[in-house]
Design a protein around this ligand. Structure first.
Ligand code: LMR
Length: 393
């Protein structure tokens, strides 16, 4: 049987991660996978996580299954964080998932159950796995205009024109904040226009929320998601990997906002079925850590402080790289880095320059030009800017 198999292509981001690890050069710089790194290149465990884990270690006396869809306390803690407490006429159905990838996958599988013929609209650019996940479920994907490649600004007219082509029951994939890979988020006016477009078409947003708190304080980073949640129906795919630094624990939540108690019950039963067909019960440890942090005022304050330190470092790294490129290229073309959000930005490199940067300078960059600003630290900024300037001149 296995003789029939050919080798599968590795996802470009994961392939880059492998190549970086295998590179013996001491001066190599990782601007690839979306993982936070501090000035020393480490990804430390949040102190809030350490304390929560210690408390759980002391208090937990059983590892028995929690619930078909994970712990309801986790659902409530994350859903309160994202949307505020549940109000009247607001029916939320949730399942814990194995990280953000599984949250998106579950969201799409849930939507497909209701509408097997739906199309998934994906912004052009987006996280490459969005297309992969939709297609692995047999769903048709359509791209909608998002970014102007020349300016790396959002192409507002094209975006709204394309979204008008969505029909009732289609899914529109949107990024809550810190758009991956461009770092370009819609301003409040465009957010409203997108919500109006979806209200008119009846398409359902699936909001990927993987970088909460990396662009601005969580309340501000949640503005677009909250606008979208005012639509009759929506789904949020939340990841705890980056915002809580719980990468390997696989913390995620698929949260559906429905219009009635009957619909909420139906969605919950479908989420239970989807879990049973894949892993039966979602993992609990990381979800419990997040619940402990979000429901304890002291831990929550500590998490907020640690998250804001990451955010400030990313903002500084953006400013330093923009200034370094301005100085080397005598151009303000990269000042936009300081106006964009989160971990990522796109540089006008193309595959050839990306390959040269890797071969000649040990600089690892995803695809045609996505960089992770966490890798542009005080120590690496000058060599990174030198290398970029050398290929961009
Ligand atoms: C990324 O975009 O680099 C991250 O979301 C990690 C991943 O799984 O691709």
């Amino acid at each position: 049987m296995f003789e029939r198999l050919s080798t599968s292509e590795t996802d470009p981001i994961l392939a880059l991660m492998q190549a970086f690890q295998a590179d013996p050069r001491p001066n190599k710089v990782d601007l690839g996978i979306g993982v936070w790194r501090d000035a020393e290149g480490r990804t430390p465990v949040f102190q809030a996580v350490k304390t929560a884990e210690e408390r759980i270690w002391h208090s937990q006396d059983s590892k028995i299954y929690v619930g078909f869809r994970g712990d309801p306390g986790f659902h409530a803690a994350v859903s309160d964080l994202l949307l505020g407490p549940e109000g009247d006429g607001d029916w939320r159905a949730a399942s814990a998932t194995t990280g953000g990838t599984s949250a998106v996958q579950t969201a799409l599988a849930l939507a497909r159950t209701a509408r097997p013929d739906l199309r998934v609209w994906v912004p052009e650019e987006s996280w490459p796995n969005h297309w992969v996940l939709a297609r692995s479920l047999g769903l048709e994907t359509r791209n909608f205009t998002y970014i102007d490649p020349a300016t790396q600004e959002i192409e507002r007219a094209g975006l709204l024109r394309d979204l008008a082509g969505a029909r009732a029951g289609d899914v529109v994939l949107l990024h809550a904040c810190c758009h991956n890979p461009t770092g370009a988020d819609p301003d409040p006016e465009l957010q409203e226009e997108i919500v109006t477009s979806l209200a008119q078409s009846g398409a359902i947003p699936v909001v990927d929320c993987a970088y909460l708190g990396f662009g601005a304080a969580p309340e501000a980073d949640l503005a677009f998601l909250r606008r979208l949640s005012a639509l009759p129906e929506s789904i949020v795919a939340f990841s705890g990997s980056k915002s809580f630094g719980l990468y390997r624990e696989r913390v995620g939540l698929c949260l559906a906002l429905t219009e009635s108690a009957r619909a909420r019950d139906a969605v919950e039963s479908q989420l239970t079925r989807l879990n049973r067909e894949t892993y039966s019960f979602p993992p609990d440890h990381g979800a419990r850590v997040v619940t402990e942090i979000l429901t304890d005022p002291t831990l929550r304050a500590s998490w907020d402080t640690e998250l804001s330190a990451i955010r400030r470092a990313l903002i500084d790294n953006r400013a330093n790289l923009a200034a370094s490129l301005r100085a080397r290229l005598n151009s303000d073309a990269f000042d936009r880095l300081t106006r964009q959000n989160g971990m990522f930005a796109m540089l006008p490199l193309g595959t050839e320059r990306v390959a040269r940067l890797r071969a000649e300078h040990g600089l690892y960059i995803v695809g045609t030009g996505r960089i992770n600003l966490a890798g542009v630290t005080e120590a690496t900024c000058a060599p990174v800017a030198d290398a970029l300037a050398a290929v961009l001149r």
